[in-house]
Design a protein around this ligand. Structure first.
Ligand code: F6P
Length: 360
């Protein structure tokens, strides 16, 4: 008998179900003596032994269904070692659940924080296999995470729709796109949607550069400017602040600016005569059905993870590099972010077609 525990952790995305389906179909294709324990709401389910027994049937018909049939939650890694409100040692509780159910392995679908905990559990002696989920595409060790392309599609669609209304008005439109620490979704959706300015955390901006660009466009007879701004975009001035100073600034401004788009808008509004409008697609970027690219990626990663499980190869993340599925040791993935390189070809090529990153 092969006993597999499975959980989805962190923020959801469109292709979680598609990926779990890939894993389960891949395993049942080779053997039937399999029990699947679906832990509810991420690591919480493992900590509190909240699971349901699942069959291969539960994973049928979910290729196109967004969200996660297991539910998810954010369980910050840095608090994993802190006892819960009843004094429970969460790490020991997870190990206890795993051993109590005599699991052969734990399959974990998640992003950065999730991988830190997965690596810790692997170091604690559990057999762990992970799959790279996040719309942010910021997981080190894989060229692509599932969810990313679906989010790019949605964010691009938002910019496309803004374009049609923008052509009717002389306005500056700011579209705020998800990504607190990295700008992958903003970069790709910005290019795909034909944004004039792209602001990402990896390339701090100068508000005067933005103003000059908007004024230059107006002089050239262009009626509007579209700015794609990542949630974590930061000005050159703020980039110089220490962590403590930045925290203080954010606390002070929390009631003034609900998010970065409002801050950029307020700053621009003072410097340009054009009206500024803001659109925040927010969690729609994680919603709906996975795009075909993600369905293929999820199916491939799921099938590859199934092979690892059937071979008894644990302690790895199933990843995709240069178009091929590969296994990456969890110890290499945990705690590392994959940032947009400001000097990368994609950034250079975006600049080549006249897109400004607000820095020069
Ligand atoms: O990590 C995925 C993500 O969607 C980020 O892009 C975004 O900053 C964050 O999650 C939002 O988190 P929450 O759903 O907890 O508000």
């Amino acid at each position: 008998m092969l006993r597999i525990g499975m959980l989805t952790s962190g923020g959801d995305c469109q292709a979680l179900n598609a990926t779990m389906r890939g894993v389960v179909k891949g395993i049942f294709n080779e053997r039937n003596d399999v029990e699947i324990y679906g832990f509810q709401a991420g690591y919480k389910g493992l900590i509190y032994s909240d699971f349901k027994m699942m069959t291969s049937r539960d994973f049928s018909g979910i290729l196109t269904v967004g969200g996660t049939i297991l539910g998810t939650s954010r369980q910050p890694f840095k608090k994993m070692r802190d006892p819960d409100e009843n004094g429970l040692d969460k790490v020991e509780a997870m190990k206890h659940t795993y051993h109590k159910l005599s699991l052969d392995c734990l399959v974990v679908l998640g992003g950065n924080g999730t991988h830190k905990t997965a690596n810790m559990l692997s170091e604690e002696g559990l057999n762990v296999i992970t799959l790279p989920k996040t719309i942010d595409n910021d997981l080190w060790g894989t060229d692509m995470t599932f969810g990313f392309q679906s989010a790019v599609d949605i964010a691009t669609d938002t910019i496309d729709k803004i374009h049609t209304t923008a052509t009717s008005h002389s306005r500056v439109f700011i579209v705020e796109i998800m990504g607190h620490r990295v700008g992958w979704v903003t970069l790709h959706a910005g290019i795909a949607g034909g944004a004039d300015i792209i602001l990402i955390p990896e390339i701090p901006y100068d508000v005067d550069v933005l103003t000059d660009m908007i004024n230059k466009r107006a002089k050239e007879g262009k009626r509007f400017t579209i700015i794609a701004v990542a949630e974590g975009a930061i000005s050159k001035k703020d980039a110089k602040l220490s962590k403590k100073e930045m925290k203080k600034k954010l606390e002070k401004e929390r009631n003034i600016y609900p998010s970065v788009a409002y801050e950029v808008a307020a700053r621009l509004q003072k410097k340009t005569s054009q009206e500024v409008r803001i659109t925040v697609p927010g969690h729609t970027q994680r919603g709906g059905t996975p795009c075909p690219y993600d369905r293929v990626l999820s199916t491939r990663l799921g099938a590859f993870a199934a092979q690892m499980i059937l071979n008894g190869e644990y302690g790895y993340m199933a990843a995709i590099r240069d178009g091929e599925t590969v296994k990456v040791p969890l110890s290499e993935v945990a705690g590392k972010l994959k940032y947009v390189d400001p000097h990368s070809r994609i950034v250079q090529e975006a600049r080549q077609v006249g897109i400004s990153f607000g820095d020069k």
